[in-house]
Design a protein around this ligand. Structure first.
Ligand SMILES: Nc1nc2c(c(=O)[nH]1)N[C@H]1C(S)=C(S)[C@@H](COP(=O)(O)OP(=O)(O)OC[C@H]3O[C@@H](n4cnc5c(=O)[nH]c(N)nc54)[C@H](O)[C@@H]3O)O[C@H]1N2
Ligand SMILES: Nc1nc2c(c(=O)[nH]1)N[C@H]1C(S)=C(S)[C@@H](COP(=O)(O)OP(=O)(O)OC[C@H]3O[C@@H](n4cnc5c(=O)[nH]c(N)nc54)[C@H](O)[C@@H]3O)O[C@H]1N2
Ligand code: SF4
Ligand SMILES: [Mo]
Length: 747
């Protein structure tokens, strides 16, 4: 029987609406859903391949359990959960709760289950050893926003549909489709920007697709955006281009002005490799534009001064009067509880055992997980709950982590593949198929460019006895909390609903004061306890119906009745709603920024230029993303691999000539951490002195089951990246501007 289903694509942050044609339980065709209120039919090759990912023969359909002979065998769900209970209890009884680390991966923003259960799982586990994809990705943005606005998830995004000037630094949204910025059909929106006379300016060491469609492209030296942005701030002050700021709303302006004093365009020019005149022009154009937005992403986060860089991005947005105004950068609206206030960010409430790295937003840096596993003593990590992550390929010095994970006493993975990381697990719990999973953007809605809400229920039912990913994670939480493998996941949801309602009713100025929580709870709809939790979130969000207090507002039933989504409108100014700093002002020179500025200023005084002093001509490694990849986990699908999706080292012709490297030749790339062999792609897309490798490669390892990916395994960029270097304020890994040497490979 054929029919059609709608599903929001979970493969990147653009969250396009897909139309899926089904024959029985298989997807026969996937295309963009033209009626989707947000994406309006836009789709990319990954979305079209959703059915192939769903049907991948290597995708796990049953739990796997490590056998006495070391092999992994398919077992029932009951056996698998019982094994988790036994294994976890043993480690906790012998070594305490900190001996179990919890690690969440990138799908935390692409699933319903991870955002719903990550927090309760952490609470129930009660371990300080929490790690996650944030510190190998966007944590510098969370920290800079937390310091400036109080809430680490108050992330302003470019109001692209109304801006007249977009400055993109270290991001390639034409290929990545946007990140920390949910913006479907970015190519179309950029075309519209330019059609109405707006400008796109890109700063990147690589001439990316985004750079190619820009009005102005400024090649940059990796790792030096912080200098560039400081010099732009300097220029705004020096030329009187900064807007007047109200002292009641902004703190630290004088300190900021003083700090920017040393960073003249002339002082930073050599470091950045950008002429002083170009730097001044970047600042002047930004100030002169009627509206403008500065946006920076992965390339600006995963460098040694990632937090400072992201902070300066929003400083520029503030100083040009573009924070929280149409056409500038604006705060999206979450689909979740807005009625209980967020606590302002406090950093370093505790420190990691081995390297003494500060906790950030409740986590330790992934860059120190191997230390915590390898170093004996009280609090040593002996077990890991690995949920939706493949850090063997994604973490800095992944090869070291690969060895560390092999030495654990116990490991549980929640993952759809037996891959480079999960091959170390004792128990693997697979989430249901993509078509058996619904979608709701809990995290991404906060960074969406319009006020939209959409819900896709699962296209196919679960098999009898098969748990949803929500139920899997709820079970893990209950086991970690000592309630046992037999406990009912729905009971956990009911408890969370009760707790949330109590907190909402008790909040100062609650619109529900005096109401009976049971009465509110009885109003929740949904097919199961998970949907009832979603209904609760939606009703309590700024777009929600507040249990009838806002009759036009949204609830789950409304979204179910509108499968194409509901568009409430463009973003609206709401800084006053999101700002939760202790001072009640936007902090323009928050405390820990000052000490890092001094560190930066000292380097500038010493005349340090990244890469220049390294051996063999000082090449700096950066990453790149391919249109048909989602990190590495899509490489097992033929439609998404091969062709242009290749693991090669891009190197500029000038460097290739100097190093006697010809196109297509195998080369060895070495760093402090390790070495790999790859093929050279000689191209002037990368600036001289820069080489580029994609990540998520390095397949074909013993024990993994990614049969298609193993045919073209590539090599892991993270065999080269260094776990010992992190952004000091956020603990985030440094994936860009990694010093490497490249030589022709010896045959
Ligand atoms: N050198 C270098 N390193 C990088 C980067 C880089 O650009 N360069 N990028 C960094 C970034 S931005 C990120 S986000 C990280 C990625 O790091 P990870 O968090 O490891 O993310 P993925 O590689 O996307 O892996 C996702 C994992 O979840 C599984 N999975 C997919 N869907 C689901 C699901 O619905 N449920 C469950 N339970 N599992 C699922 C996949 O099989 C895979 O094992 O890598 C980082 N590492
Ligand atoms: N097709 C595809 N889409 C994806 C993904 C994917 O793997 N494939 N991954 C998803 C994930 S997990 C994320 S986090 C997002 C990331 O989204 P983006 O940040 O937009 O993607 P990247 O390609 O990592 O872009 C980083 C850019 O920074 C540049 N760069 C490197 N170092 C520096 C530097 O020091 N300064 C400057 N100015 N630029 C620098 C790189 O050349 C690159 O163009 O993409 C998401 N979308
Ligand atoms: S752009 Fe992103 S969300 Fe849209 S179809 Fe492609 S992978 Fe899916
Ligand atoms: Mo990411």
């Amino acid at each position: 029987m054929t029919r059609t289903a709608h599903r929001i694509c979970p493969l990147c942050e653009a969250s396009c609406g897909l139309t899926i044609e089904l024959d029985g339980d298989r997807a026969t065709r996937v295309r963009g859903n033209a009626a989707d209120v947000f994406s309006k039919g836009y789709v990319c090759p990954k979305g079209i391949a959703l059915g192939d990912l769903d049907q991948d023969p290597d995708r796990l359909r049953t739990p796997l359990l490590r056998q006495p002979d070391g092999s992994l065998a398919a077992v029932s769900w009951d056996e698998a959960f019982a094994a988790v209970e036994t294994g976890l209890n043993r480690v906790i009884a012998e070594h305490g709760r900190d001996a179990v680390a919890y690690f969440y991966g990138n799908p935390i923003v692409h699933t319903i289950a991870l955002p719903l259960y990550s927090r309760v799982l952490r609470e129930m586990l009660g371990s300080r050893n929490v790690f996650g994809a944030s510190t190998i990705d966007q944590m510098p943005k969370n920290v800079s926003c937390g310091l400036m606005f109080g809430d680490p998830w108050a992330v302003p995004v470019p109001d692209i549909d109304r801006t007249s000037h977009l400055l993109v630094i270290g991001a390639n949204p034409m290929v990545s489709h946007g990140s920390m910025w949910t913006v479907p059909d970015l190519p179309g929106r950029l075309r519209a920007l330019r059609a109405r006379g707006g400008r796109l300016v890109v700063v990147d060491p690589r001439r990316t697709r985004t750079a190619e469609v820009a009005d102005e492209y400024v090649p940059a030296r990796p790792g030096t955006d912080v200098h560039l942005l400081f010099a732009m701030v300097h220029t705004l002050f020096a030329e009187g281009l900064a807007v007047e700021l109200d002292e009641a709303g902004f703190a630290g302006l004088d300190q900021l002005r003083q700090a920017a004093g040393d960073f003249t365009p002339e002082a930073v020019s050599e470091v950045c490799g950008i002429a002083p005149g170009t730097i001044r022009k970047l600042a002047r154009d930004l100030a002169a534009a009627p509206t403008a937005a500065v946006y920076a992403r992965f390339g600006a986060c995963t460098t040694e001064f990632g937090t400072l860089t992201n902070y300066l991005v929003d400083v520029l947005n503030v100083l040009t009067g573009n924070l929280d105004r149409p056409g500038g950068v604006m705060f999206g609206e979450a689909q979740h509880n807005a009625l209980v206030a967020t606590e302002p960010l406090v950093l370093g409430r505790w420190h990691s055992r081995v390297r003494g790295l500060p906790e950030v937003v409740g986590e330790f840096p992934v860059a120190t997980l191997a230390d915590e596993i390898d170093t004996p003593g009280d609090g040593q990590v002996r077990a890991v709950l690995m949920v939706a992550s493949n850090p063997v390929l994604g973490a800095p010095n992944g090869e070291r982590l690969d060895r560390s994970l092999a030495g654990l006493d116990f490991m549980v993975a929640v993952d759809c593949y037996l891959n480079e990381t999960t091959r170390h697990a004792d128990v693997i719990l697979p989430p249901p198929r993509l078509l058996q999973t619904g979608h709701f953007d809990i995290v991404l809605s906060r960074m969406a460019v319009r006020r939209v809400a959409r819900y896709s229920p699962p296209a196919l039912p679960l098999e009898p006895g098969q748990p949803s990913e929500s139920a899997i994670l709820a079970k893990l939480a209950l086991i970690a909390g000592g309630f046992g493998a037999g406990a009912d996941p729905a009971a956990l949801d009911e408890m969370i609903i009760d707790r949330t309602l109590q907190a909402v009713l008790a909040a100062p100025g609650s619109p529900f004061a005096g109401r009976d929580p049971a009465e509110l709870k009885a109003m929740l709809t949904g097919a199961d306890s998970v949907e009832r939790r979603l209904d609760l979130m939606i009703r309590l969000s700024t777009l929600g119906d507040a249990f009838g207090l806002r009759p036009d507002g949204l609830n789950l039933a409304a979204l179910v009745a509108h499968p194409q989504g509901i568009d409430v409108g463009a973003l609206r100014p709401r800084l006053n709603e999101v700002l939760v700093t202790a001072s009640g002002k936007v902090e323009l020179y928050p405390e820990p920024v000052g000490s890092d500025v001094q560190r930066l200023a000292k380097r500038l005084l010493r005349g340090e230029v990244p890469g220049r002093d390294a051996a063999d001509g000082g090449l700096l490694l950066i990453g790149r993303r391919n249109l048909r990849s989602a990190n590495g986990w899509t490489h097992n699908v033929p439609a998404l691999s091969g062709g242009s999706n290749r693991c090669t080292l891009e190197i500029n012709p000038a460097d290739a000539g100097r190093l006697h490297i010809s196109p297509g030749q195998p080369v060895t790339v070495r760093s402090r951490a390790g070495s790999i062999e790859v093929t050279a792609d000689v191209t002037d897309r990368v600036a001289p002195g820069v080489v580029s490798l994609p990540h998520g490669w390095g397949h074909g390892r013993d024990g993994a089951r990614l049969r298609h990916a193993a045919k073209d395994p590539g090599a892991s960029a993270n065999a080269l990246t260094d776990e010992l270097v992190v952004d000091r304020l956020s603990g985030t890994a440094v994936f860009n501007a990694v010093p490497v040497r490249v030589t022709p490979a010896v045959a």
